[in-house]
Design a protein around this ligand. Structure first.
Ligand code: AMP
Length: 226
């Protein structure tokens, strides 16, 4: 956001495993923005047994996309809540051209627009290594990685002391399908946002700390988030 302009809206775009969620966590801490992850919201909905969760589960288990209308409604509702007033980081949304167009239309009606789209360019090998090595605490949701960010005790959450689990969709076959879906449906958004003039490319293969330094420098230079 340029100071005084209202809600900042940032989009994180890139393949599964490009490091969007990790950077979103850091950006949230450093800039006080709300992290809106459609994947996390859908996993919550499944845990709660809600209608949205029931509609989403079959798609998610296979690594397919949940229908556009379901996710768009979740996002539009969430970014209108009071705790989103300073700004939001959209992580994993939009993922199709239809979602991108719905988002633009909905923001346009409120005289808002996207401030920047960070595109995390990454190699497929790095993405696969990150996703298949990811382990999650079933209690607090914290993410670890078997080699890149291991817990102090193997396979046990540092904070909750419960055994870590692997997300079903982080298993190799589903990971491969998620990457195919990304190549088929989400990659088109790179050209869409480049044309709109707000695509900012970053190197998703860097370590989390190095990448954050690069992003912070871009924000300072471009005056995107204060
Ligand atoms: P993620 O945690 O972002 O990798 O998302 C996990 C899964 O949730 C995806 O593989 C999709 O099944 C579903 N999902 C998350 N975001 C979206 C979206 N914007 N559109 C459709 N499906 C989504």
């Amino acid at each position: 956001m340029i100071a005084g302009r209202g809600q900042s809206i940032l989009v994180l775009l890139g393949a599964p495993g490009a490091g969007k969620g990790t950077q979103a966590g850091i950006l949230k801490e450093k800039y006080g923005l709300l992290h809106v992850s459609t994947g996390d919201m859908l996993r919550e909905a499944i845990k709660d047994g809600s209608e949205t969760g029931k509609a989403a589960k079959g798609f998610m288990d296979k690594g397919e996309l949940v229908p556009d209308g379901v996710v768009t409604e979740l996002v539009i509702d969430r970014i209108a809540k009071p705790d989103a007033a300073k700004g939001v980081i959209l992580d994993g949304y939009p993922r199709t051209l239809a979602q991108a167009e719905s988002l633009d239309a909905s923001l346009g009606k409120q005289s808002k627009k996207i401030d920047g789209v960070l595109f995390f360019r990454t190699s497929e090998e790095v993405a696969i290594q990150r996703l298949t090595g990811r382990r999650v605490c079933p209690k607090c949701g914290y993410n670890y990685h078997v080699t890149n960010m291991p817990p102090q005790v193997k396979d046990v959450c540092d904070k909750c002391a419960v055994p870590l689990i692997q997300r079903d969709d982080d298993k190799i076959e589903t990971v491969k399908n998620r990457l195919t879906v990304y190549n088929d449906k989400t990659k088109d958004l790179i050209a869409y946002y480049r044309k709109a003039g707000n695509l900012i490319e970053v190197n998703g293969d860097l370590s989390a700390a190095q990448l954050f330094d690069d992003i912070a420098a871009i924000f300072r230079r471009e005056g995107i988030v204060k």
